[in-house]
Design a protein around this ligand. Sequence first.
Ligand code: ACK
Length: 611
Amino acid sequence: MPNPAAHLPFYYGSISRADAEEHLKLGGMSDGLFLLRQCLRSLGGYVLSIVYKLQFYHYSIERQMNGTFAIPGGKAHCGPEELCEFYSKDADGLCCPLRKPCNRPSSLEPQPGIFDNVRENMVREYIRQTWKLEGDPLEQAIISQAPQVEKLLATTAHEKMGWYHGSISREQAESRLYSGSQPDGKFLLREKKEKGSYALSLIYGKTVYHYRIGQDKAGKYSMEDGTKFDTLWQLVEYLKLKPDGMIYYLKESTPNPDTPTAAMAPSPPAHPSAYTPRRLMSQNSDGYTPEPIGAGKKGRILPMDTSCYESPYSDPEELKDKKLFLKRSSLIIEDVDLGAGNFGCVKKGVYKMRKKHIDVAIKILKSGNEKAGRDEMMKEAQLMHQLDNPYIVRMIGVCEAEALMLVMEMASAGSLNKFLYSKRDDVPVNNVVELMHQVAIGMKYLEEKNFVHRDLAARNVLLVNQHYAKISDFGLSKALAADDSYYLAKTTGKWPLKWYAPECILFRKFSSRSDVWSYGITMWEAFSYGQKPYKKMKGPEVMAFLEEGKRMDCPLKCPPEMYKLMQQCWTFKWEDRPDFALVETLIRTYYYSIAAKTEEQSEETVKTTPA
Ligand code: ACK
């Protein structure tokens, strides 16, 4: 997640209070001289250090659940910069207004926090080892899930620290501390029997002292009446600088004999206790997956936990059987209709593979739809056969039996527009950003492969669950030749005009840039929770509306940043429109910036009753 203070010249990063005071002394000690530093206690928080009448004052700035920043008891601001600007105009309870920034010397970069410098590696390694991913699926998981995994890591990283000894007894802790030399400040952290409770064992004057660390209702860690911390490793780092009520501060850790490296290694917790890989869990038909027992807030479903994140053929054993045409005997068709279209109907089914059975959706061509229908379905199948991405519905194969059938991965929570409409009061807007970011990842993949979708719309984005979207319906799609940048349709057809860019309607020209326009409409549908675009207008009237330079209004709950992106997608001239590489970067930047908020709100997974 980007640090919103990183660019500020008076931001010093993760420095101690003593270092902050040293910098202020060097800065001249004038009233209102200030600097900003990273807070060692709260994730994403800061400390404002100010000089007044030759004294130092330190105010903590907390990142609130809704993503804003505030000094406890003070007004909330959208970022640390805005907060400092506010206090430069009005002391509003501080010792004095901020007058002069104590800027870093030009040679000094902000000090990275203990977690900052290993964060990226840890996210990568954690994903690689927890979900056994490599190559593209690994890269896509990093891009789409970094905020969730970072949070998970931040709350479980202590398990990899040399000073963390797991659940050993008080006696074992003492024996480990007394073995070898016994300098003051030698310590270890252990887990106690009661859930969520830990103990710090510390040597001072050749005696071991034990301090209990508990968790409050919000999950924050603290010693009795002590400072509260988001994570255990932050608490330990803080107590290295300040005893905070203990007899001595933490100095040297006793390495856990069972931990391979004493330092924080870029590898995941051996047993991410807060986390249960989802592949082991069941999911019911409407995309609501029960929370794993005991996992609580940390047990959030990630796409990588589902069985359809990777292709069923990613297993080399299964790959041996991969063919376009599937055996009818391997396919079970259930009498459950998922939906219908001009082509026929979609039924639920199961496809029996060598080692596993997978849930599938089967598009069945209706009889009487012979030659043309068959050709169309085979074209769709051949096109889908070339695609393999976690954010695109994969085709398993076709089956020629009582009818021609297209067998696809099952996305059981249904289409995005219907899902959002029916859950409009329960799904937070950040959850919509998360899903639309995934759609952007899938579309960027299509753009890279030079495929045009030509029917991107919320109805064609299917959900595996509330936090996992896949693009579907490739009936109109085209694979472009390597040096073509657009597909020229010979004639107009039954087209979804309201989703089409001007050049599609005016010149029948389809490209990834025209898919970007449709992505903008899909965004509008999603942020308006399943409303129909250009409601009162007929398809052909839309063109006149657009030519007048008009665009749909910002949906009620849509963040301004997302409306701005929609408007960029609706750039009239395709040459000036962003491509998916840019769209994905833009939505990713916004999505990461609100990740803290997403964590708080969207983890209350919507409970739905099975259809
Ligand atoms: O919007 P829906 O509920 O989701 O109704 C349509 C219907 O079939 C006709 O396209 C549903 N459908 C299509 N493909 C799939 C799939 N792979 N998984 C689940 N449902 C699907 C779609």
